[in-house]
Design a protein around this ligand. Structure first.
Ligand code: NAI
Ligand code: NA
Length: 398
């Protein structure tokens, strides 16, 4: 069949297998053009099928030549439905890795669950012995945990403020128009639940499970991702419900480094740049900020995508000797985004942006190009007229 994008608000319900493959290849090609990194040898990436997790896996494999196991939660094609983009990405990644003699296997299922942790441990034990790096890059709307009695409890995360409602400019992704949105404050329970889903508890569960099973190498590195951004997004991000979860994530890094001191574990949170991913598109206000940021960073020749960010994380930050941290103990990959000269120009545009000047004030085209690319569309060199087999195999899942 011919596969076309079907966009509904901030989600696309179809994905293009050849387009996803080309998108993965672009990131691999970028990585291979850079100097190699003397880095980890066996890497577990939790949330490996898209965005920052996929780019981390690409950096591990194609800059460090590491064996990788990727955990993701994706769907195969079924009937007239295409597979999810992350599914195609995993299939393509394995294929490219195998072509270069790199070990790559995928575990598809709920990373929050005990079973997936056990399956992953089994696979590490059988194939790799231990892992010397664990990337934790989940972005999930909910997490199911088993109670002591064995009953499932599901927590949902929300993208709301804490305390006061916040009214701001935003972009209506259906019409590309500047709108006003008011984001309501989360209840105490919603905040707690967001911390349950997006905080550090499950990251710590993973490290504990890997350590207890004896599959975590001495001196291993583990990293999870966070975001800070400018003041205009503080109410919805840094000081919002998601920000509370990110604070917990950061505390978890410090706790784990202390707790596993005798094992030499180094746990980090890296603060990354705002980029178009399936997760960031769902946050109110942020897409308009991203479109303006893209415009300015491209003009200043400072723009990076996930692959560029993750290359710098591996090559310049984590595996270049002493790891430079900010006053809160975090790695700052948002250093270019947060430069005063970038932020001043972004703020000036932000204050004046309206429907009439949206196209000049913001890189709307760049936003949508990146958005479509997440699902394998609008990628150069891909023949979108050609008939496609929607069913693709992830070799290691057969
Ligand atoms: P993404 O949506 O591209 O990737 C999420 C990944 O998590 C996918 O591989 C998905 O399969 C996996 N996943 C979700 N639920 C799962 C589950 N239950 N079990 C197994 N896998 C599951 O998101 P993105 O943007 O790459 O986010 C990754 C991390 O980076 C998040 O912590 C996010 O907050 C952070 N971050 C994102 C920024 C952005 O602008 N996109 C900026 C800074 C940090
Ligand atoms: Na990811």
């Amino acid at each position: 069949m011919r596969i076309e994008p079907r966009v509904k608000g901030f989600i696309c319900t179809t994905a293009h297998p050849e387009g996803c493959k080309a998108h993965v290849k672009q990131q691999i090609d970028y990585m291979k053009q850079q100097d190699t990194t003397e880095g980890p040898k066996s890497v577990l990436v939790i949330g490996a099928s898209s965005g920052y997790g996929l780019a981390s896996r690409i950096a591990a494999a194609f800059s460090c030549r590491a064996a990788t196991i990727g955990v993701a939660f994706e769907k195969a094609a079924r009937g007239s439905r295409t597979a999810t983009a992350g599914w195609y990405n995993c299939a393509a990644f394995e294929e490219f890795a195998a072509a270069e003699g790199l070990y790559a296997k995928t575990i598809n299922g709920d990373a929050f669950s005990r079973e997936i942790k056990e399956q992953t441990i089994e696979l590490i034990r059988r194939d790799l012995g231990t892992v010397d790096m664990v990337v934790y890059s989940l972005a999930a709307p909910r997490r199911t945990v088993m109670s002591r009695e064995g009953a499932p409890i599901t927590y949902s995360s929300v993208l709301k403020t804490v305390g006061q409602p916040y009214t701001s400019k935003s972009i209506d992704l259906r019409t590309n128009q500047v709108t006003q949105v008011t984001v309501e404050p989360a209840t105490e329970e919603e905040i707690d639940n967001t911390v349950k889903v997006m905080g550090g508890e499950d990251w710590q569960d993973w490290i504990a499970a890997l350590d207890e099973a004896g599959v975590l190498a001495d001196g291993a590195v583990t990293v999870a991702y966070s975001y800070i951004g400018p003041e205009l997004t503080f109410p919805i991000y840094r000081n919002g419900s998601i920000g509370m979860a990110k604070r917990h994530l950061s505390q978890t890094a410090a706790t784990m480094t202390k707790e596993y001191r005798d094992r030499g574990l180094q746990a980090y949170v890296s603060v990354n740049k705002a980029l178009v991913t399936q997760s960031s598109s769902a946050i109110p206000i942020v897409p308009l900020y991203i479109s303006i940021l893209y415009k300015i960073m491209k003009e200043m020749d400072l723009h990076e995508g996930c692959a560029q960010q993750m290359y710098r994380l591996f090559h310049d930050k984590l595996y270049s000797g002493e790891v430079a941290l900010d006053q809160d103990g975090q790695i700052r990959l948002d250093d270019y985004e947060m430069r005063p000269e970038v932020q001043e120009r972004v703020m000036k545009l932000w204050e004046n942006v309206c429907d009439e000047n949206l196209q000049e004030s913001a890189d709307i085209q760049g936003y949508w190009d990146d958005f479509y690319a997440l699902f394998g569309f609008r990628i150069q060199g891909v023949d979108y007229e050609a008939d496609q087999e929607a069913d693709r195999v992830i070799p290691s899942l057969c």
